[in-house]
Design a protein around this ligand. Sequence first.
Ligand code: AVI
Length: 320
Amino acid sequence: MKTTPTTFQSAFEEDVYKGLTSFPKYLLSKYIYDKKGDKLFQQIMEMPEYYLTNCELNILEHHKAAIAEIFNKEGGFDLIELGAGDGKKTKILLQHLVAKKYDFNYLPIDISQHVLEELRDSLRNEIPEVKVKIQQGTYFKTLENLADYNNRRKVILVLGSNIGNLLHENAINFLRNIQKAMNFEDRLFMGFDQKKDPQKILDAYNDKTGITEAFNKNLLARINRELDANFNLDNFKHWETYNPETGTAKSYLVSRVKQKVAIKKLELEVCFDAWESIHTEISQKYDDAVVAWLAKEAGLEIQSSFQDQDNWFKNYIFRK
Ligand code: AVI
């Protein structure tokens, strides 16, 4: 049995230990995203039930001219994207900015050099006019470094509704860290999935094909792979809830049976009662009042917003 946290070899080990020895049990959703988890998330974004991607694509397609006009400023601007991924959505904006001959640089930030290089290469082929400067590193460190990079306006882009995977307190810290790197001229453009018919939300996080189930269970699979554990994935049920009062969707893995799981690398045996749960992820849904409150707490204000025709998803522009 581990006794002190100093014996852990990584944050992953320590967080898994903490989560599975707590009551109720939990695991942090950020650990879903290893190579396998990234692939599964790509598949989720292609699912018809996962409306978020298409909604945001529609917003960008329909409102790109108005959005670009707000971004643009005399002297040009730097478009800095946090977590650019394959850039599918961003390319809609980039195409338009290039067509309008706006003066801008595109600076995608990502932890993965590989992802950035693929994005740069695809842009060279598809929109060679874009001046791309890839920035490998963690979001805030890299943003900090860019804070005094030049005197141009910074437009910070955060697509998807990634902020929804954070509790409000952490979401405020996330926004505050961005705010600290902003000047008064700078702007933040960010996606927030909206409150809607609860069934629509449940379906998006509980698809019939089982992709989201595999995504959620990748936490256990990863513990098996990296920490030499013996979770039997079939012994757990993927379970999704949505509370329309708080706007919080929550994912769980529920133990179908009374069981013991050994995690060798942690020298830990985890006991589960039948139907005991592990909380794995939150996906917060928002309305204008909550977004305005988060922004205010972080020292930001909403300048404008763009939504799809059903008002399922919204992109907000914030200023300091
Ligand atoms: C990355 N993030 C915004 C996704 C979401 O909608 O919360 C992760 C996800 N979880 C299950 N499906 C997708």
